[in-house]
Design a protein around this ligand. Sequence first.
Ligand SMILES: Nc1nc2c(ncn2[C@@H]2O[C@H](COP(=O)(O)OP(=O)(O)O)[C@@H](O)[C@H]2O)c(=O)[nH]1
Ligand SMILES: Nc1ncnc2c1ncn2[C@@H]1O[C@H](COP(=O)(O)OP(=O)(O)O)[C@@H](O)[C@H]1O
Length: 201
Amino acid sequence: MLILSSPSGAGKTTIARKLLEQDREINSSVSVTTRPMRPGEVEGRDYHFASPAEFEQMVEDNAFFEWATVFGHCYGTPKAQIRAGLKEGRDFLFDIDWQGTQQLYQKAEVDVVRVFILPPSLDELERRLISRQTDSSEVIAARMARAQAEISHWDGYDYVVVNDDVETCFAKVSAILHAERMRRTRQTGLIDFVRELTKSR
Ligand SMILES: Nc1nc2c(ncn2[C@@H]2O[C@H](COP(=O)(O)OP(=O)(O)O)[C@@H](O)[C@H]2O)c(=O)[nH]1
Ligand SMILES: Nc1ncnc2c1ncn2[C@@H]1O[C@H](COP(=O)(O)OP(=O)(O)O)[C@@H](O)[C@H]1O
């Protein structure tokens, strides 16, 4: 489970989309949210959009791995799609906040890699939120007001990457994913190979 978190507008969705395009072995965890759909978003690709009542029902049904309230809306990671994939050994990418990251980490420590993305400056963060043209000035102001609080959770992550140039940032996140896949403990298929190599000739 590869988690990407950042203050709103730092670029995690951009990096996540590039990873999903270029790495055939990683799947996206599609969250459920009660926030309104933005122009350009697609139901089932970016989020599953739900009413507060539908979300509440899913909470009651224990259908989430984790869920949190962010910027006044509910966001949750549904169990259904991920459980089966993880059992088959597939990798999953999560674009979730620090609260969700803590919950996932408590549940699945060794299987979680946490990456925090920082903006190069607060001015640039604001420019990106404005240039995205998806939110009203009130929503942008609310996200900027939360940015420093979000950044204060950076030390709960395994890796921190500054998203200045997007290609450089993507290359770094990609390198993290590739290195983490090569951890000895994750290369379960190697056990038989090494046993064979170390047999007496
Ligand atoms: N805990 C949790 N946070 C989520 C989930 N889905 C999205 N988020 C976070 O909610 C925040 C707001 O997301 P969004 O409204 O898409 O705005 P954006 O960060 O500007 O793209 C971001 O920090 C997301 O990472 C989820 O399923 N669980
Ligand atoms: N390195 C970068 N340099 C300039 N603009 C960027 C960079 N990374 C992302 N952006 C732009 O900034 C805006 C916010 O990025 P987005 O990926 O939606 O952020 P987040 O998902 O963290 O809220 C988008 O318009 C995106 O195209």
